[in-house]
Design a protein around this ligand. Structure first.
Ligand SMILES: Nc1ncnc2c1ncn2[C@@H]1O[C@H](COP(=O)(O)OP(=O)(O)OP(=O)(O)O)[C@@H](O)[C@H]1O
Ligand SMILES: [Mg+2]
Length: 582
């Protein structure tokens, strides 16, 4: 075993954190017991045939007792071992899932941006499943076949070492023939698996892109690709079936010849008097064990190695750095003043997104960020939430540098409504409660009313208890936004950051939500990011951004008076929404 492999096995077993002793006892006990029983069977067979041939009834009974006792012992011990082994596997897998989940929750945003979401969820699902199989079945089978092979070989040498050598050679030959043949199929098998992968990928695209596929001419191309992929998979599996049929036939012949050869040799030796009949039978029985062990051991080891790859993927996930949670005092008060000075930032370290941004947001004031798409508005919000701590310059909240805040209390301090709110699988109430799990039903209802989502909820058959599916697929964009707003109202934090909170609302609903927000003005610090400038007209201060820089700032009237970027944006906004021209 080379060093790397050893390391991989080590890493694999280190994934098991609980009840290791029970696991090993159960695993070794179970596989050793079963292997021993198979060897004892061969001996019992020998005793019984010997007894029958020499008409010795007492030997026959003795053999039967022996077998009975061995079976009884294994019958009692085997479930016990299996219990120890399986409970430890289940516990460990549950612990692994918990650790994976805990890690995901604390993965820094920059890391989440870098990994593919599909990849991570496949790690947590498929890889843990694969590891469970390895711990539960594969490891046991590897040990069982090893014990069976070694035990049977030892028994054979004990019975007749000369014959044992011949049998071992036959086993080795049949093993290599077998391996040669399966190797030939494996290449085709791998190609077919890849092709099936393509087909299932097409299936999931068919569902995920259902809308686009129906509306754009791409549908025909996708259908053709799907047709080609599935035809290719079918062709491969037909050729594989043909080949494996032939190979099985050849394999069968080789095994039969080797088995026949042993029987013939055994019969000859018995005839010449150099081997007893019953010993020959026991040897043949043991040789079957060895053949099984030889052929299957490598298969089980290959399966186990596949799981090692899963284990190293999971370890990679578990070893990713977590968000650093600063130790120390809780929030310095419930105040809401925020200050950016000379803040520069880049997501990837290469392309700067913010350039020396200075912002001063007083306690209880309402400020707005406006500017063209991609100018860095959402980035400011994300920095404020401590999602990307690798910025240059200084961000102070309540006078304390953001990096020195304990993350938990920083995030309690700020309520955030993201540009694309996420709706979790569960009830509408659960989704609103994400803002504050301890709120009473009355408080939830009040938050829903403030967010203007109450009329919609009331017409649903189950009201607040209505279930919504993952990412709110059955809700409209505006309904999702209002649920997110309700979440924010319920959280009742001193600083509120809204990233285009009302972009998907109709004018009437938007105005009502704006009224609810206005009611907060003065009591909370409000940071509003908006495309529709009419919604932030009344802000105390408006920061106008472009290409990661603050170009202008001031109140609506003074900015208009300047006739700069804001005035141009305002003119464009008014053109885009004629109803707003007064
Ligand atoms: N997670 C990310 N990783 C890398 N680059 C990003 C990431 N998020 C945003 N960017 C880049 O940062 C820049 C600013 O993005 P940001 O989302 O802050 O813009 P915005 O002003 O909010 O735009 P919009 O009005 O369209 O929402 C863009 O060029 C964008 O491509
Ligand atoms: Mg944005």
């Amino acid at each position: 075993m080379n060093r790397r492999r050893k390391g991989e096995y080590g890493a694999f077993f280190r994934l098991m954190s609980e009840k290791k002793a029970a696991y090993i006892a159960g695993l070794v006990g179970g596989s050793l017991g079963n292997a021993l029983l198979s060897v004892i069977m061969a001996f019992t067979l020998m005793e019984m045939i010997g007894a029958v041939m020499s008409d010795d009834l007492r030997s026959l009974y003795r053999a039967l007792y022996g077998l009975g006792i061995a079976t009884l012992v294994v019958t009692v011990l085997s479930p016990l071992c299996s219990y120890l082994h399986q409970t430890s596997v289940k516990r460990n897998m549950a612990a692994l899932r918990r650790k994976g989940y805990a890690k995901l929750v604390r993965l820094p945003m920059a890391q989440i941006d870098a990994v593919s979401k599909g990849d991570v969820s496949s790690r947590l699902n498929n890889d843990i499943h694969q590891i469970e199989q390895a711990f539960a079945d594969q490891a046991g089978m590897v040990l069982y076949t090893a014990f069976l092979g070694i035990g049977s070989a030892a028994a054979m040498f004990l019975l007749n070492w000369r014959f044992a050598i011949v049998l071992m050679i036959l086993s080795v030959v049949s093993f290599f023939v077998n391996r040669l043949l399966t190797g030939l199929i494996r290449k085709d098998g791998d190609a077919m698996q890849r092709q099936l992968g393509e087909v299932s990928q097409s299936f999931s695209e068919l569902l995920a892109g259902a809308l686009v596929l129906r509306l754009f001419p791409a549908a025909g191309r996708f259908r053709r690709k799907f047709g080609d992929d599935s035809r290719a998979a079918a062709d491969l599996s037909v050729s594989l079936a043909g080949k494996s049929g032939w190979l099985e036939a050849v394999n069968f012949l080789v095994n039969f010849l080797s088995f026949g050869g042993i029987i013939a040799l055994g019969a000859l030796l018995v005839l010449y008097g150099s081997l007893r009949m019953e010993t020959a039978v026991a040897l043949v029985q043991l040789q079957t064990n060895i053949n099984f062990a030889f052929n299957q051991w490598s298969r089980f080891v290959a399966g186990l190695q596949l799981s090692l790859a899963s284990a190293s993927r999971i370890r990679e996930l578990l070893e990713m750095p977590a968000e650093e949670i600063a130790e120390g005092a809780a929030a310095p008060g419930r105040r809401g003043n925020v200050e950016f000075s000379g803040v520069s930032f880049s997501y990837d370290g290469k392309h700067p997104v913010l350039h020396r941004v200075d912002v001063d947001i007083g306690e209880g004031s309402t400020v707005a960020f406006v500017g063209p798409s991609g100018s860095g508005k959402s980035t400011i919000a994300k920095l404020l939430l401590g999602l990307y701590p690798d910025y240059e310059g200084s961000i102070r909240i309540c006078g304390r540098e953001l990096r020195d805040w304990p993350l938990r209390s920083l995030r309690d301090h700020i309520a955030f409504v993201p540009q694309h709110p996420y709706i979790f699988e569960g009830t509408i109430e659960d989704n609103i409660r994400a803002g504050n799990s301890r709120a009473s039903v009355d408080e939830v209802v009040r938050a829903a009313r403030m967010a203007q989502i109450r009329p919609f909820i009331e017409q649903l058959p189950d009201g607040l208890r209505t279930r919504v599916n993952e990412n709110g697929q059955l809700l409209s964009g505006g309904q999702k936004q209002r649920i997110a707003l309700a979440r924010m109202f319920l959280k009742d934090a001193p600083v509120i950051v809204l990233d285009e909170p009302t972009s998907a609302l109709d004018t009437a609903t938007e105005e009502m939500s704006q009224d609810a927000l206005k009611a907060l003005a003065g009591k909370k610090t409000l940071v509003i990011i908006a495309h529709r400038l009419s919604t932030i007209e009344h802000a105390d201060r408006i920061y106008v951004m472009s290409e990661g820089r603050i170009r202008e700032s001031g109140a609506h009237a003074s900015l208009l008076g300047k006739g700069g970027l804001y005035a141009r944006l305002w003119a464009g906004d008014a053109l885009a929404q004629p109803s707003r021209i007064r």
